[in-house]
Design a protein around this ligand. Structure first.
Ligand SMILES: Nc1nc2c(ncn2[C@@H]2O[C@H](COP(=O)(O)OP(=O)(O)OP(=O)(O)O)[C@@H](O)[C@H]2O)c(=O)[nH]1
Ligand SMILES: [Mg+2]
Ligand SMILES: [Zn+2]
Length: 354
């Protein structure tokens, strides 16, 4: 195994796959940058600009079938630094969200991620509902989320403790870290968490400090952060593409653009993981199919009245459950439409044969 690939996260599982498949004619690399379906792939021979093969494009049924940052791919070199991506190797994990404004469709954020760092600006932009959604994205991808509360240098100590307590009340098993990218308080704890060969994806609202933290970890200004562009680009996201960085003798980091709106496309299982407390409580509801809205003997509403759970937590559960139902319906709708098209096409075909 080459060191370059190992530093990129290449592991024995991947090696076994490559050895047992006919990939000897290809160069293996990892997608380190994606911007408007243009890819940069890092291999032992250096970086290549990649485009997907006609076959891959033809066979792609959805966005998830295209390469994403973090993907391992089999490529063929064309010219100097140009290559064609022929195959996406099996993904360990994939981070996705529901594409905004296109219900039933998913958008890939990154692939082969081990840990999702969920960044939340605790001083200016504290938002528990958004946190629910970001954490749900992690759970849906079967990736351990770790919450990092940033800008603690700007926040009062008492406020800090209070907000952290609110999060702990919601999520009992998720690690919560504090960070100032200014004073660097909490930085070394994060640094120590990062393991060699593992991949960490940074998600969170615009301005949370994702790129600043990545620059601090890399030890170089590899990503533009707001302060550098503030004047010329008011109100815009600073980061507009996804990119992967390799830390020396350590892990792999993926920066992503801030998410303005978050849709979760995920299954009921995700809701269960995200609102674990509600699902545990519901075992004590009088009716097994309790919706926790109006039924008598509802343990969830009782917990709400006793202030054991927060109103915002309860409200967000219903909101996300509704979205999830809607997503399922839309997915079914798309399938039905396809089915109708197919029936129509079949009958046309039959007619033309008559
Ligand atoms: N005071 C303080 N400012 C911070 C901290 N972290 C980041 N900032 C500032 O917050 C602004 C936004 O930081 P970025 O790192 O660009 O945020 P981002 O999450 O990458 O934002 P997008 O790329 O738009 O998604 C910059 O001006 C940073 O200097 C912090 O811990 N404390
Ligand atoms: Mg950024
Ligand atoms: Zn109930």
């Amino acid at each position: 195994m080459s060191t370059i690939l190992q530093n990129l996260g290449y592991d024995s599982q991947l090696d076994t796959f490559i050895q047992s498949h006919d990939l000897a004619d290809f160069e293996i690399g990892r997608v380190i940058r994606e911007s408007k379906q243009k890819y940069i792939i890092k291999t032992q021979l250096g970086n290549f600009n990649g485009q997907i093969s006609g076959k891959l494009m033809h066979e792609a049924k959805s966005r998830a079938d295209y390469p994403a940052v973090g993907d391992w791919v089999a490529i063929k070199q064309m010219e100097e630094r140009e290559a064609i991506i022929h195959e996406i190797l099996p993904r360990k994990t994939i981070i996705e969200r529901q594409a905004i404004g296109r219900f039933g469709k998913k958008q890939t954020i990154a692939a082969n991620v081990d840990t999702a760092f969920v960044l939340q600006d605790i001083a200016h932009d504290f938002n528990l509902n958004r946190l629910d959604r970001l954490i749900a994205i992690g759970f849906a991808s079967k990736i351990q989320p770790v919450v990092i509360l940033t800008k603690i240098d700007v926040e009062e100590k008492s406020e800090l403790a209070d907000k952290a307590a609110q999060i702990k009340k919601r999520f009992t098993d998720i690690p919560i870290l504090f960070l100032s990218n200014k004073s660097m308080e909490g930085f070394s704890a994060i640094q120590q968490l990062i393991e060699y060969g593992k991949t960490y994806c940074f998600i969170g609202a615009s301005g949370a400090g994702k790129s600043t933290l990545i620059n601090n970890l890399v030890g170089e200004k590899v990503m533009l952060t707001k302060s550098l562009r503030e004047k010329s680009n008011k109100g815009q996201h600073t980061t507009s593409h996804r990119e992967l960085f390799i830390l020396k003798d350590s892990g792999i980091l993926i920066d992503t653009p801030g998410m303005r709106e978050l849709g979760i496309a995920e299954s009921y299982k995700t809701l269960e993981a995200t609102f674990e407390i509600i699902f545990t409580l519901s075992e004590s509801c009088k009716y097994s199919d309790c919706t926790h809205l109006i039924e008598p003997g509802c343990a969830v509403r009782l917990a709400l009245e006793n202030n054991e759970i927060d109103q915002s937590y309860y409200d967000n559960f219903h909101k996300m459950k509704e979205e999830q139902n809607q997503f399922e319906l839309n997915k079914k709708g798309i399938k039905d439409k396809k089915m109708i098209k197919k029936i129509k096409a079949d009958s046309k075909y039959k007619k033309s044969r008559r």
